[in-house]
Design a protein around this ligand. Structure first.
Ligand SMILES: *[C@@H]1O[C@H](CO)[C@@H](O)[C@H](O)[C@H]1NC(C)=O
Length: 225
């Protein structure tokens, strides 16, 4: 019995060491967690590709890790009828460097989150109210993975892929998105094409849309050129 106990302990230690090195070797190179507990954003100092600089630990408080902005809907009085409240490192300093963040998304009846990409993050979207059709498009075969989700469902949107959500119910959709980045980024396809200064003729050449349709959409979205 004593022997088997020793064996178990030794085995446990070996396993612990193995898993320690296994886990260490899988920490992304951007993670700082191995050398410090946290890196609360110092919004006044320079930021770089890895995020904000760290506040001096003695100036950090619990409030750096708390955010109360997701209790109310964002303003849905817009073309898409969508209110989006981000809780990224820009809003929650304690998220800086940790590679995760959240957002609240409200979609009024008739509303749509149009085709968009998060440059830096996979998204998991939890529906807490309402019914929507959601989907994403694979980049290798352009397969559309599309389904109806409702309260209590989650859906995964893999990093970098175009995706959308459409409210198909009579009630407001309320959902919460989690992202595998402190700053997931958001590029909306309609805005990229029709809200900026992309010249109409080049949009026509590069998308095969006709000029009149592009002019109409630029009028709607406020684009120039
Ligand atoms: C919501 O947005 C609309 C359009 O920008 C604006 O007119 C309205 O005042 C906003 N409502 C609130 C409560 O901020």
């Amino acid at each position: 019995m004593d022997h088997s106990l020793k064996f178990t302990r030794a085995g446990l230690i070996k396993m612990t060491i193995f898993f320690f090195f296994f886990i260490c070797s899988h920490i992304p190179s951007s993670s700082f967690a191995a050398v410090q507990d946290f890196c609360v954003a110092d919004y006044t100092a320079p930021s770089g590709p890895a995020g904000y600089s760290c506040k001096r630990p003695e100036t950090v408080t619990v409030n750096d890790f708390v955010y109360s902005g997701l209790g109310v809907s964002g303003n849905t009085s817009n073309l898409f009828r969508v209110g989006d409240i981000p809780a990224y490192a820009d809003q929650v300093p304690g998220l800086n460097g940790l590679g995760i963040s959240m957002a609240r998304v409200d979609i009024a009846p008739g509303g749509v989150v149009p085709l968009h990409i998060h440059r830096g993050a996979t998204e998991v979207f939890l529906v807490v109210q309402g019914t929507l059709v959601a989907g994403f498009i694979s980049s290798d075969r352009n397969t559309v993975y599309i389904t109806t989700i409702k309260s209590g469902d989650i859906m995964v949107f893999p990093q970098g892929l175009l995706h959308f959500q459409v409210n198909i119910g009579a009630t407001r959709v309320v959902g919460f998105a989690s992202y595998s980045s402190q700053s997931p980024g958001l590029q909306i396809l309609d805005y990229a094409l029709f809200q900026g200064n992309f010249p109409t003729r080049l949009i026509a050449r590069t998308t095969f849309l006709d000029i009149l349709e592009i002019r109409k959409l630029k009028f709607i979205f406020g684009g120039t050129n």
